[in-house]
Design a protein around this ligand. Structure first.
Ligand SMILES: [Zn+2]
Length: 90
């Protein structure tokens, strides 16, 4: 990312559908590295969105906690040994 690039928070806003300043918009339109960041942020945003939707569908506060933990930088226990968390096919 070059020093002319807008702060990541502005790119974040753009991904979230907020209209950036004209300067930012013009820059992003012609900046390859911003395009790459936006693409990554877009993927993340979609992932976050589907995780949130899944949490709503499950209506399980514990699941939301796990998702929030994941979003915060990974699950507390990456080995998957969650208490009583074994999935079963009925
Ligand atoms: Zn840029």
């Amino acid at each position: 990312m070059s020093k002319d690039c807008p702060p990541r928070s502005e790119l974040d806003d753009l991904v979230m559908g907020r209209v950036p300043s004209r300067r930012t918009r013009r820059h992003v339109e012609s900046c390859i590295s911003c395009h790459a960041v936006l693409e990554q942020l877009g993927r993340d945003a979609r992932l976050v969105q589907s995780l949130r939707e899944a949490a709503v569908l499950l209506s399980d506060p514990a699941t939301s906690d796990v998702i929030e933990a994941c979003l915060d930088g990974g699950p507390p226990d990456a080995t998957g040994a969650a208490p009583g968390g074994e999935l079963r096919n009925n």
